[in-house]
Design a binder for this molecule. Structure first.
Ligand code: PMP
Length: 458
């Protein structure tokens, strides 16, 4: 059945009648109708009206190698013909997750050599939470089960993901979070640094909040700390360089495991394979998904450090956890082809030494000076623009979040798909963006800011 037999209006009507979307006000959606994206190529997406948009979000932080990659479609096709599915329960395996696990162990930070698969970042964090608690139980310390996370963190939308995350609106609808998870301050200098406090000092103070939480609970009750190297959905909040090494030192001092959620930062976005390498820390678990397959297949991989893996093997006993699609052969085949592309085209190195620095410079030189912009920041190919009413006082427009939505709507109307979270505009483009495309994106952002400034003045 081809969608081409339907008009946009018909598709929107059917969508409104039958399709409940994620993170959506369904009343608003029915009134507005959805934007229907029909196809995509390279860095561009196209809607059902034929409008071309530069995709500043790589889908949803995931299509790192861009759209239209024949190698990935062919890898899926070949694998589907040969073996579309078999499980990895009951001491079975299939070839592609076996080979992928070896490949991931080769690119992961040293000391991380085991992989547990799922189909989404949320599932992988569920696995991570259960695994660290299982680890301490095997070590004879079942009461060491508390997890420290951060306010405004995003770790997924399942009950475990929401509980680990620090999004207030999500917690309000949860009706009871997974117990023993606490949230400390985020390392967000723009709003939380004290007057006169340097970035370095602020990073250490934000890390100290982790130590305070460990001391308050007692180290023998704290299993792990979890954090995104750079908070993504919370607004691309980039910690000062002093933050992560200090968090790691604190975790080691008190015997607390360090869990990184690299669902966004993994596979090249920061200019290294993993944010752990960019910030110089050695975690015990790394949650990954999204760009693992560049979004061409749903797949997540929880990378597990040797310390945990060794205890699982030495102590034995079943870990009562897993998914039908753990190690899905087609998703793993696509992932192997995706990693080939990233390597062959040198995309990680390109972000580090070329496009990442160019992106930072372009934001600084072309966007930061705009009257609506309080701050720009970026790391690799992840960027944020703070929208303010007053640059000097950092006062925001009311109601909260409305100005960024105005900028976003103008950006989309002018051919750039980007996202607004709260009062922050965010960008997370495919790693195939070139300097020319970065220039084109900046042209569109400046135009969107100018148009939004005119609207907001009225
Ligand atoms: N962790 C982080 C850091 C994320 O950004 C996301 C998704 N945006 C998730 C977990 C959840 O991933 P998924 O939507 O695939 O469940």
């Amino acid at each position: 059945m081809s969608y081409q037999n339907y008009s946009l209006k018909q598709l929107q009507q059917i969508d409104a009648s039958h399709h409940l979307h994620p993170f959506t006000d369904h009343k608003e959606l029915r009134e507005a109708g959805s934007r229907i994206i029909t196809h995509a190529n390279g860095p561009y997406i196209y809607d059902s009206e034929g409008k071309e948009l530069l995709d500043g979000m790589a889908g949803l932080w995931c299509v790192n190698v861009g759209y239209g990659r024949d190698e990935l479609a062919e890898a899926a096709y070949r694998q589907m013909k040969e073996l579309p599915y078999y499980n990895s329960f009951f001491k079975c395996s299939t070839p592609t997750p076996v080979l992928l696990s070896k490949r991931l162990a080769e690119i992961a930070p040293k000391g991380i050599g085991q992989v547990f698969y799922g189909s989404s970042g949320s599932e992988a964090n569920d696995t991570a939470l259960r695994l660290v608690r299982h680890y301490w139980a095997l070590e004879g310390k079942p009461e060491k089960n508390r997890i420290i996370s951060r306010k405004n963190a995003y770790h997924g939308s399942t009950i475990a993901g929401t509980s680990l995350g620090g999004m207030e609106a999500m917690h309000k609808q949860l009706g009871g979070a997974v117990p023993n998870i606490v949230h400390v301050m985020m390392p967000y200098a723009y709003e939380l640094a004290l007057p006169g406090e340097s970035d370095h000092e602020f990073g250490l103070r934000a890390a100290k909040a982790v130590e305070d939480a460990i001391l308050e609970a007692g180290a023998d009750r704290v299993a792990a700390f979890i954090g995104e190297p750079i908070m993504g959905a919370g607004g691309v909040k980039i910690p000062p360089l002093s933050y992560w090494p200090e968090v790691e030192r604190i975790c080691r001092k008190y015997g607390v495991l360090l869990m990184l959620d690299e669902v966004i930062t993994g596979y090249g976005r920061t200019g290294e394979w993993f944010g752990a390498q960019s910030f110089g820390v050695k975690p015990d678990t790394i949650t990954t998904a999204k760009a693992l397959t560049s979004g061409y297949q749903p797949l997540s991989a929880l990378l597990v450090g040797d310390r945990i893996a060794r205890v699982l093997v030495e102590k034995g006993g079943e870990f009562h956890h897993g998914y039908t699609y753990s190690g899905h052969p087609v998703a793993c085949a696509v992932d192997l082809a995706n990693i080939d592309i990233i390597e062959k085209e040198g995309l990680v190195e390109r972000v580090k030494s070329d496009t990442g620095p160019y992106f930072a410079q372009a934001l600084r030189e072309r966007i930061a000076g705009h009257p609506l912009v309080g701050e720009v920041r970026s790391f690799g190919l992840m960027g944020a623009i703070e929208v303010v009413k007053d640059k000097a006082t950092k006062e925001r427009f009311a109601p909260s979040g409305s100005a960024a939505v105005t900028v976003r709507d103008h950006a989309i109307a002018n051919g750039l798909m980007m996202r607004a979270t709260g009062d922050t505009m965010i960008l997370s483009p495919p790693l195939i963006w070139t300097r020319d495309i970065i220039d084109m994106a900046c042209d569109r952002i400046v135009k969107a800011l100018d148009l939004a400034a005119a609207d907001l003045r009225h």
